[in-house]
Write a new protein. Sequence first.
Length: 590
Amino acid sequence: EDAGERASTPGPEKADKIRLRSERWFGPADLRSFGHRSRAMQMGYDPKDWEGKPVIAILNTWSDINPCHMHFKQRVEDVKRGVLEAGGFPMEFPSISLSENFMKPTTMLYRNMLAMEAEELLRAYPADGAVLMGGCDKTTPGLLLGAISMNIPTIFVPAGPMLRGNWHGKTLGSGADSWKYWDELRAGKITQEDWRGVEEGIARSAGTCMTMGTASTMTAIAEAIGLSLPGASSIPAVDSNHIRMAKSSGRRIVDMVREGLQPSKITTRASFRNAIAVAMAMGCSTNAIIHVIAMARRAGVNIGLDDFDRLSHEVPVIANVRPTGTTYLMEDFYYAGGIAALMKRISAFLDLSCLTVTGKTVGENIDTAQVYNDDVIRPLDNPVFTGEAGGALTVLRGNIAPDGCVMKPACCDRKFHKHSGPALVFDDYPSMKKAIEDEDLDVTENHVLVLRNAGPLGGPGMPEWGMLPIPKKLIKQGVRDMLRLSDARMSGTSYGACILHVAPEAYIGGPLALLKTGDIISVDVEARSISMEVSEEEMARRRAEWKAPPPRYERGYGWMAAHHIMQADKGCDFDFLQTDFGGPVSEPVI
Ligand code: FES
Ligand code: MG
């Protein structure tokens, strides 16, 4: 019963009876384990708390500077309650909180830092199972990347979207309405006082962005892969159903440990394809591409841009959630039946036999799901946007982006699906920002605005700068969309004819670096092509003249990232974190 009695049994002979990973910390009759036990006792625990009980590591990305995760400070107690009820031993491990709202230059620079932290926390501590608490954009892929590599039983608890925004009786959507009203302010259509009203009303509760941004996209993807409880990702953060979901997740992980249900049994090629199909039907954020490719590769599944392109042409967008949809927000989506209902509706595109954290299949999980509002979750024959027209995302290739770039055809003025126009090129964000406000800028609505040196190395970290602002001069003329091209990303809450993720990026000498203002750029969504009309000889001449820009970092994390990050089409993981980079990492020996 007590530690002394266990310690009286010699360790090595017992070795073959050890089932729980954590027993290697708490079980042996040696000095190391004496230390682990006595220090657990220092915290007020005793052997009843750990003997024979799975230790559940709760990786909590709560922080005072992350409004999207405000409720995690309390919610973690609900997860712990579930773990205790099911006979586990919960231990919370605070993990770096990538707050989209405050981190500079971009949270994307730190996604892999969270991934490394998650993996190493689970490895270095006595964890038998993991509950991942995330939701704000990069926290979801960051946590999942690490957990997939570590491969102990894992369940993901999504933060859930915040409530709809409200201003003067108008519904406000995260991100999307900031850009929209900012342009109205620049055009002189609303007052400074109005603008302050928008500022006060756009984010009213804990939770992630409630448009179909990267947060809602990635938590839906986590669920569609099978790593969250069914329906979890659609529950608003402040709904009491969210509390019960958190508790149920805590209960479930304990059984998952007993069942040996690791991510590797869940994360298959078919489950990633399910996730992509769901993302397409949701009208997902372009960021999904980068994160899913990275996660799949960690799971040993080779998913690439072509998988996204293929599925986007098959699966129609049926979630009428802004910015791809026209009207609704995540709160409405939840009331309409949420993701389980959406999955039910696109069952024909899913592999229903995939295993999930429930221990049941996707098909079993969504069996009784129903849509309660056909305008929010549309029937397949009345979609928001069809696959034939390009679907949620289209991959374009050509001499300016040999390794591809992406666009959301559903999210822009249709005239830009086929367009040729002269490039107006900016080498960095500050000069672009300054020029855009200059009312004498030599620009027309047919120009293609280009921002380069904003990729994984150039940004650095590939910031969400891809929705370049419309020049003030044109805003005043009523122009609200233009073709824009960059090696940056854009927020999932953004919209417009923005072509993103150009690979290879300009900063490392991709062809985008050779473009000059005035060169003609041609885009054809149907043909999935993008090109700069510059001859090969001229390109070669410009290449010979091109000089690599100086490094962004000469020490520290940024230096390491620059040396190891891969391009957007490969998911921006660090090369050395990939599953096939060298042999497997062994368990700590002592
Ligand atoms: Fe956290 Fe959008 S800022 S989810
Ligand atoms: Mg975002």
